[in-house]
Design a protein around this ligand. Structure first.
Ligand code: 5GP
Ligand code: MN
Length: 317
């Protein structure tokens, strides 16, 4: 992996723009803002750019969240993408002159960078960013450690998912030694929820439907449900986990109506099905146990039918 080339490109750049993926989650935000703090500390000219509106306000506790911008400055000579499997999911135009450094952990990553640091075995993109910072010998300020730690606990489900191993705990330990606060990050993620999300939850759970003799379960979210709860798409973020939480279920999915039209699907599996493969087949991407995609011009029922066909194949493979 090209850690040395990434380091040289970043150190030689005059204007770095960090860009995360659309529908940003705690990993893309924590990794991006963590790197923002590290590069600021180095005296770099650096922006953190996320193109989604609105941003998830639940994550506004992340240090430097308020510094986020929504456009790439034309002076940027280096784009540092974080936690993003394909260039189109950044939501930006590819600048002609800027070098693209791709920092990610999605197995489905399309290697769209001029330099690709993609570690599919890593727990979160923050772990890749941390390895880069360590190998480069960069200082990691406390605010960066807090961002990376929050990314880590979010993407591992508080150290509960596959892929959590001794190396991941070494990473966590290093972040705590750099000043991250485990209780605070967990509390801000879990107990800092807006009322609109609680109001939305029963409406979404009401839609729970079992399929394939209880081995799959689906939820859906309509624009109407969001409107009546006063919620945005950001508040549906982890609700798919309720579908997977059922004892008999191997694959849980959530289908959400997007404002611009289209249906956004989130897929989660427990221990057998490779939902990343399903998402890729529909033009999306992700990991083995968590993946997603968006389809346009397809009816909800048709989508469910196609999805179940593929889920059945995965479960029975
Ligand atoms: P979520 O269901 O939470 O949106 O996403 C689950 C995982 O799949 C995340 O790692 C996310 O980055 C990835 N993912 C979700 N939607 C897409 C998509 O449309 N394209 C790609 N490449 N990855 C996606
Ligand atoms: Mn991630």
């Amino acid at each position: 992996m090209d850690y040395r080339r990434a380091r040289e490109a970043i150190e030689n750049a005059r204007y770095v723009t960090i860009v995360g993926h659309l529908n940003p989650d705690a990993d893309t935000l924590g990794t991006g803002l963590g790197l923002w703090w590290i590069l600021k500390e180095m005296g770099k000219r650096v922006d953190a750019v996320y193109m989604s509106h609105p941003l998830p306000q639940m994550l506004s506790f992340l240090p430097a969240f308020g510094k986020i911008k929504h456009a790439v400055d034309a002076r940027s000579d280096l784009i540092l993408s974080v936690d993003c499997g394909s260039f189109d999911r950044l939501g930006i135009e590819r600048p002609e002159k800027a070098v693209v450094v791709n920092i990610d952990h999605h197995r489905s990553n399309t290697a769209y960078g001029d330099i690709d640091l993609v570690e599919p075995d890593y727990s979160c993109a923050a772990e890749v960013a941390f390895r880069l910072a360590l190998s480069a010998g960069w200082d990691i300020p406390r605010s960066a450690a807090i961002n990376f730690y929050t990314a880590l606990i979010s993407d591992t489900g508080y150290f509960g998912y596959e892929g959590v191993n001794a190396r991941v705990f070494d990473f966590a330990k290093a972040l705590l030694q750099l000043g991250a606060d485990a209780e605070w990050s967990a509390r801000m993620l879990r107990e800092n929820q807006p009322l609109c999300k609680m109001r939305l939850l029963p409406k979404v759970l009401e839609t729970l439907t079992l399929h394939l003799q209880g081995r799959a379960a689906g939820l859906h979210v309509t624009r109407r449900m969001l409107e009546s709860a006063g919620a945005t798409v950001n508040e549906t973020d982890d609700m798919v986990n309720y579908a997977r939480a059922l004892a008999t279920v191997e694959v849980g999915f959530l289908i959400r109506e997007e404002e611009a039209g289209g249906l956004k699907v989130s897929l989660r599996s427990k221990s057998k099905a490779d939902v990343g493969r399903i998402a890729v087949a529909f033009g999306g991407g992700g990991h083995i146990r968590a993946a997603g995609f968006t389809v346009y011009g397809m009816e909800h029922d048709m989508l469910v039918e196609k999805l179940l066909y593929m889920i059945k194949e995965e479960i029975e493979a």
